[in-house]
Design a binder for this molecule. Structure first.
Ligand code: ARG
Ligand code: ZN
Length: 869
């Protein structure tokens, strides 16, 4: 059982006290850290004079002393209960000095202040600051922070915190100190400090108003050659935010620090971002193209938070999507501008439709603005981030780019320096557009993925075409009945040549449960292209024939929908194969898909990146999400058969295209080169399904010739997952010896093995856990091995002997004592038991029960497990 109470949005109360200034002093020692905080506090206007001051402090924080206006606090004046420290009988204005002792070296949860491989680092969002000192640890309490760090000079030459360095000096015994001041009032979750022996890469950016900003990226010396791309991305993001949103940076220095131990991707602490190395280090030899793009987008995301998150922050954690949904939307548009809008959209929608739709259909489903939580860390979800970004995108679609920009200008101007709500964001959009967005706000309050059913009729005599749109939304834990959403549905009507019928591309606004839209003067039965660009996060149902999908995959006037038509055609075929497998019928290949794939392979008009995407079959995860009851074996075998059959039927074309995409040119991370490598790797993947020694040799030659990780890793993956076991072992070994000193590359090496679908994966995973490069305290290693096995190796994880499930439960129980956030995240696959057959359901539930029987579960794991059984 968990001790932590459920927190409700409806119980929100404004804070009774504000902290004007926060002076912190950290004495960093090997065994312990002493923290002295000096707070100047005032009672909030209108607050009850009897109101207590509530400070938060984690149980691991040892309280050494509390002084109020210079006097030790009397025993009856304060009370510590759970995470709350309440002070009574307070003056309207006072100073509080609080001394605490903490133990960063023993902090394995990686929240608050901890040591990552000899480097002190913090993670305070959402509630990590209370693991450092007693403080009103809530985002609507903002304060000006001054921070002094004291540490051994030789071990910790670099001492960083938010804002600007204002003083420094040396002390006896080889110690030194630095004081930092951040002029912008901020909530405690944006506080950060770093101390360590770090190297830096420097550059400058001149803002639109001519201010010169110092940019620094810190990492371990061995990684200094991997920082140029992050720096370049940062400068492009700074410029983009000035151009697209009119947002200028507001301090003289912007720092990023890369650390090896990090629970998430990165953190936007004011002026001092802290990043997982995986989201900042990039070098062609060690980093794939996909990882380069991730670095670019995460660097931009954290930078964009400086306005959407830091200058305007959240009133409470229920409003998390206020900053995350908006900032994800901003980073998505940035990446689209840097690369290709269509490719980026395909990537976003694929992720949304597999992972977020699955979350929305599972026991942890919650609205973009949740109503309650036990542990806020459990709500850093795809729903809050990715669906939240879709909601902002819909506002952009409904208002159009100009009004949307006026809306963000108003939002930033009106709320600068405030802690606000998602309602405030929508209100700014309503005010600039004069539109009533009250119905639209249901996207924030109702969970679940809406269904959009579309039917049509053509009246030839009247030349009228009608689209009948019908929406519904399944029940989710917070509500059984849903009210209709305000849904932008972008459409076009095409004639039988595939040309756009003039005037028919438009955004239909569906607001009722059912609505008919009429188009006049339509000369012949048109073919509708629906939900273009995926204009709303819904499941579309329209009875296209296979032939119509094949036609749309060639002619749709929307790039996203061209891809989508091909995908849906492949989905149908795969669903028929899945049914065949379950009925014990032999697989057979339908000619239509071969024709479509063949014409894509031959089409020289299609850009190679798009071609690679078009030729990639829907993932097992997406097929699982679409399934009524998930049959992991049938899904795996059907997809495997189809890949192999397409490889065989079009063998010469795959090989020709691989050859055409092969190049001697030195690596470049440009759009054209990324596209070329992607298509080349897709071809290799198909060819390697044929179990043909000639293609094994081709893969090995690609592995050996590669001057970059994108081609080397794809070759390794193809061989490692093939049936050539000796070659697989040899290549994995060679790769290991080449890269064993590169921790991030070793994560790839671990992940490739953990995702190998061949039988016996669990035993291989057990061996990986014994491997010297494995470190069960490092979240990246846990994700590479445990996360990958349980989420990207469905045939093995869901083996009917139940061993995969027991393995995961063992790891959760072990990890919960060490790092509850990671334990809770890794638990996700077990929570999805309702989607499986009776036998698997029982096995999965049994493991959830076993976890729940553990007496001292963290709130994190308790919340997820208890809501899931
Ligand atoms: N605000 C960070 C980001 O999205 C994520 C931090 C989440 N941390 C956590 N412990 N849940 O950029
Ligand atoms: Zn964020």
């Amino acid at each position: 059982m968990s001790q932590k109470p459920v927190i409700y949005l409806k119980d929100y109360q404004a804070p009774a006290y504000q902290i004007l200034t926060t002076d912190l002093r950290f004495e960093l020692n090997t065994e312990e850290t002493l923290v002295t905080s000096h707070l100047r506090i005032v009672r909030a206007e209108g607050a009850d004079t009897q109101a207590p001051l509530q400070l938060h402090g984690h149980e691991s924080v040892e309280l050494i002393s509390l002084t109020l206006d210079g006097q030790p606090l009397a025993a009856q004046q304060w009370q510590r209960e759970g995470e709350l420290l309440s002070l009574q009988a307070l003056p309207a204005e006072f100073e509080l000095i609080c001394v605490t002792r903490i133990h960063p070296a023993q902090n394995t949860a990686l929240e608050g202040l901890y040591l990552s491989d000899g480097i002190y680092a913090t993670q305070c969002e959402a509630e990590g600051f209370r693991r450092i000192t007693f403080f009103p640890d809530r985002p609507d309490v903002m304060s000006v922070f001054t921070t002094t760090l004291i540490a051994d000079q030789s071990q910790y030459p670099i001492l960083l915190s938010n804002g600007n360095p204002i003083a420094q000096g040396e002390l006896e015994g080889g110690r030194h100190w630095v004081t930092w001041q951040d002029p912008h009032p901020k909530p405690a979750y944006l506080f950060a400090l770093v101390a360590g022996n770090l190297s830096k890469f420097e550059d400058h950016f001149t803002t639109v108003s001519g201010r010169k900003v110092l940019l620094q990226i810190y990492a371990e010396a061995k990684d200094l050659d991997k920082l140029a791309y992050a720096m370049d991305s940062l400068k492009r993001a700074m410029q983009w935010d000035e151009e697209v949103y009119g947002r200028e940076y507001d301090l003289d220095i912007y720092m990023i620090v890369a650390v090896d131990f990090f629970n998430m991707g990165a953190m936007e602490n004011k002026g001092l971002n802290i990043f997982n190395t995986a989201c900042v280090l990039a070098h062609p030899r060690t980093t794939t193209d996909a990882a380069f793009q991730r670095v670019e987008s995460v660097v931009a995301h954290e930078y964009f938070h400086n306005w959407s998150g830091n200058r305007v922050t959240c009133r409470d954690w229920f409003q998390l999507s206020l900053k995350e949904g908006f900032t994800v939307f901003r980073d998505q548009c940035f990446s689209a501008d840097m690369h290709s809008e269509t490719l980026k959209r395909v990537e976003e929608v694929s992720m949304l439709r597999t992972a977020q739709f699955a979350e929305d259909a599972g026991p942890m489903a919650h609205p973009v603005r949740p109503e309650s939580f036990i542990e806020i860390s459990n709500f850093y979800t795809l729903t809050v981030y990715e669906k939240g970004a879709e909601v902002v995108r819909m506002l952009h679609t409904l208002l159009g780019p100009e009004l949307f920009r006026q809306g963000t200008d108003l939002y930033f101007a009106r709320h600068d320096g405030q802690a606000v709500t998602t309602d405030d964001f929508v209100q700014a959009m309503a005010d600039v557009s004069g539109r009533d967005l009250s119905q639209f706000k249901r996207w924030y309050s109702q969970a679940g993925t809406p269904r959009l059913q579309v039917r049509d009729e053509y009246d030839a005599a009247q030349q009228i075409y009608r689209l009948r749109l019908k929406q519904s939304c399944p029940a989710t834990p917070e509500a059984a009945e849903k009210l209709p959403f305000h849904m932008p549905v972008k459409i076009s009507l095409l004639d039988d040549e595939g040309a756009l019928i003039p005037g028919t591309q438009q955004v239909l606004e569906l607001t009722a449960a059912e609505q008919v839209f009429e188009f006049t003067q339509i000369q012949a039965q048109p073919l509708p292209s629906l939900l273009q660009g995926f204009s709303a996060p819904v499941k579309l149902d329209y009875p296209y024939t296979d032939a119509q999908l094949a036609f749309l995959s060639k002619h749709d006037n929307d790039g996203f929908n061209r891809w989508e038509a091909g995908q849906q055609l492949a989905v149908r075929l795969l669903q028929r194969l899945i049914a065949d497998y379950q009925a014990g019928k032999p697989f057979s290949l339908e000619a239509r898909l071969v024709e479509v794939w063949s014409s894509i392979l031959e089409d020289e008009q299609i850009d190679p990146a798009m071609k690679s995407l078009l030729l990639t079959l829907p993932s097992e995860a997406y097929l699982s999400e679409l399934a009524e009851v998930i049959d992991p074996d049938a899904i795996h075998q059907a997809r495997r058969f189809l890949r192999q059959a397409l490889a065989q039927a079009l063998e010469a074309q795959w090989l020709n295209l691989w050859t055409a995409m092969d190049s001697e040119a030195a690596y470049q991370p440009t759009r054209e080169e990324i596209a070329r490598r992607s298509l080349k790797n897709t071809c290799l993947g198909y060819l390697m399904t044929l179990d043909n020694a000639a293609y094994l040799a081709l893969a090995e030659s690609q592995f050996n010739a590669a001057d970059n990780m994108t081609e080397q890793q794809a070759a390794l993956m193809a061989v490692a997952h093939s049936n050539f076991s000796d070659s697989a072992a040899a290549l994995l070994d060679e790769f290991f010896h080449q890269w064993q000193h590169e921790s991030l590359v070793m994560n790839q090496w671990l992940g490739i093995q953990a995702s190998d679908p061949k039988p016996g994966a669990l035993a291989r995973v057990e061996l990986l856990r014994q491997h010297p490069i494995y470190d069960a305290r490092n979240p990246n290693k846990l994700r590479a091995v445990i996360g990958t096995f349980c989420q990207q190796n469905p045939v093995n994880f869901h083996a009917l002997d139940g061993q995969g499930y027991a393995f995961l439960a063992d790891r959760i129980l072990e990890l919960d004592r060490q790092n509850p956030q990671i334990a809770s995240r890794l638990l996700t696959p077990l929570t999805r038991w309702r989607k499986y057959d009776a036998q698997r359901q029982q096995l999965m539930q049994a493991q959830l029960q076993r976890i729940l029987q553990e007496p001292n579960l963290s709130g994190d794991v308790y919340e997820v497990a208890s809501k899931s059984v």
